[in-house]
Design a protein. Structure first.
Length: 263
């Protein structure tokens, strides 16, 4: 940074730090508040954005525009990040989002502990400090974060009202779902929950094994008819495992699951 300059922040954002005793690291929580928050007493839906270090800024740009143009309700945006170097970010996210039983994942990965921290530490912190509507939580994740979103749905299906999972490591998600869907299968049908799954049709090049597994995952969810689960899928033409899918999953997920224009 040039001497004498200051980092530029995002308007209407508060930065919080929270040390997780369950995981043993400090998380950076970036909290964006809707424009009406300061002048109202209402409670707001919350979207929790995984990989907040790189995705939070995108969400704070797109969500307000969607409130105006797509009849998506105003919501609080919480980015969960680490505020570390890109190298450290890449390592920490794999530990938080994956599980040792999956082939080629870090042997010390701990999605179970990160999920416990999300449920017992991070969400209660946000609910205690902001006017939130606990009935209207959304979890958004992409790639490994997408896998963690599916993992959360299967292990804590009622923690969120909506699950937006983009390109969720489908070669891992499909077999995991088939072996670990007991909680989702045994829950009551109310309150309803939404799952929005996406992938690009160019993923994994000519072999397209990710796309094959994505279709297997979608078919398995459809066939099992989980109580109260509304499952939606989109395959994006001309998109690979990159920025297009990242943004389109958020945009279309909110349109399909939250907009009053698309009930």
């Amino acid at each position: 940074m040039i001497e004498g300059t200051q980092p530029v922040g995002i308007l209407q954002t508060e930065d919080k730090k929270l040390f997780s005793r369950l995981v043993g690291i400090e998380y950076q929580l970036a909290v964006w508040l809707p424009e009406s928050y300061a002048s109202s007493s209402q409670h707001y839906p919350v979207i929790y954005v995984l990989d907040g270090d790189i995705v939070f800024g995108m969400a704070t740009t797109l969500v307000p525009l969607m409130t105006w143009a797509d009849r998506v309700p105003e919501m609080i945006i919480v980015g969960i990040g680490y505020q570390r170097s890109m190298t450290e970010w890449g390592l920490l996210r794999e530990l938080d989002f994956k599980i040792p039983e999956i082939q080629d994942d870090p042997p010390d990965s701990h999605a179970d502990r990160f999920l416990a921290a999300l449920k017992q530490e991070l969400i209660p912190f946000i609910d205690a400090n902001y006017r939130t509507d606990p009935r209207e939580r959304t979890l958004y994740g992409y790639s490994s974060g997408g896998f963690f979103t599916v993992y959360t749905l299967l292990n804590e299906p009622d923690l969120f009202r909506r699950y937006l999972a983009g390109s969720p490591d489908t070669d891992l998600s499909c077999p995991y779902l088939l072996a670990h869907d007991q909680k989702l299968a045994s829950r009551e049908s109310q309150p309803p929950i939404d799952l929005f799954l996406t992938i690009g049709d160019l993923e994994n090049g000519a072999a397209q094994s990710s796309l094959v597994k994505f279709n297997e995952l979608a078919a398995a969810i459809q066939a099992r008819s989980y109580p109260g689960l509304r499952s939606m899928t989109q395959i994006y033409a001309g998109e690979n495992h990159g920025a297009g899918g990242l943004a389109l999953t958020l945009i279309n997920g909110l349109r399909r699951c939250c907009s009053t224009a698309n009930p």
